[in-house]
Design a protein around this ligand. Structure first.
Ligand code: C5P
Length: 303
């Protein structure tokens, strides 16, 4: 069995509408995901037992045991097909950890696709999606990529029609934010307020129209994230980061998912470069990268 390497993308939520906290602790969502060209790569190699190593710029805090979502993905897959999870996973991280871009979910999706290929399983898409949904709310999207609507806790996907390529700049913060903490802060901010019931959580029509038309300016105007206020409360610096992007003409400026990464929609590639330079020079964030979307979900990298 030869090692298999799979590449999986980060995501940006173009819309993230959050409902009330459910009895199971999750929140109902209406979200629109776009997969963007920041990737993690996972190489699965046959081994005596399950093991994990990680490389990349920002890997402190990434667990190297069975609590890592990629390891949990291998275990879940092996249980489904009654095999031992005897593989070594090597993660090369290009997506910031705890950054709100679903890096851990990308690793899990990549590990599923890699072991499916390594073990010659050829499970169908529906079965992989089912395992993915059991691992985390964002794992199914990392498998499919592109542009998709997510409902439920984010795991119930429908494809969304989108035209053209969008150019983004993403600004990373010094330290990650734990997703459950940001949801808890959102609940605190909303305490006592009446919220839409899950049936009223809807995807924005203007957003879908902008995507269908490939209209970046219109899309920039309707980007929306309910988690943003909570993330900015926990990390006030993010407001400055968003302001710098707006000052330099970003079509839209949002916190990505639960943050603390901020995402800026640029007019085109050249504008993305200008924005990236301005954000780097401003000193309001740790580092900056450019990305485009939509891109494919988790896929085997051919040698
Ligand atoms: O599904 P995942 O493991 O990525 O979620 C991590 C945490 O984020 C959950 O334990 C929950 O606290 C919060 N969450 C939520 N509602 C969602 C998704 C995640 O409250 N729709």
């Amino acid at each position: 069995m030869r090692p298999v390497t799979v590449r999986a993308p980060a995501k940006i939520n173009l819309q993230l509408s959050v409902g009330v906290r459910r009895d199971d602790g999750y929140h109902d969502l209406a979200t629109v995901f776009q997969a963007v060209s920041l990737y993690d790569e996972v190489t699965a190699t046959p081994a005596r037992r399950l093991g994990i190593t990680v490389a990349g710029d920002d890997v402190a805090g990434v667990p190297l045991d069975e609590t890592n979502l990629a390891a949990r993905a291998v275990i879940a897959l092996s249980e489904r097909v009654a095999l031992s999870p005897d593989v070594h996973l090597h993660l090369r991280k290009g997506i910031p950890a705890a950054g709100g871009m679903a890096g851990g979910s990308a690793d899990a999706a990549a590990a599923l696709v890699a072991c499916d290929a390594l073990w010659g399983l050829r499970l169908d898409r529906a079965e992989l999606l089912d395992i993915a949904a059991g691992l985390g709310s964002d794992v199914p999207f990392a498998l499919v990529g592109g542009t998709a609507i997510g409902m439920g806790r984010g795991e119930r996907l429908m494809p969304a029609l989108s035209r053209g390529t969008y150019h983004w700049v993403v600004a990373f913060a010094d330290e990650g934010l734990p997703t459950p903490g940001v949801y808890a802060e959102l609940d605190r901010l909303r305490a006592g307020r009446k919220l839409a019931n899950p049936a009223e959580l809807q995807v924005s029509e203007p957003l879908m129209t902008a995507l269908l038309a490939g209209d970046a300016a219109a899309l920039g105007g309707v980007l929306a994230n309910d988690m943003q206020a909570a993330a900015c409360n926990l990390r006030p610096q993010l407001r400055l980061t968003l302001d710098v992007g707006r000052e330099y003409g970003a079509l839209g400026a949002i916190v990505s998912g639960s943050g603390p990464t901020c995402a800026f929609l640029a007019r085109d590639q050249e504008h993305a470069l200008d924005l990236a330079v301005a954000l780097s020079a401003s000193g309001v964030c740790r580092s900056v990268k450019r990305a485009h979307g939509p891109v494919h979900g988790a896929r085997v990298v051919e040698d």
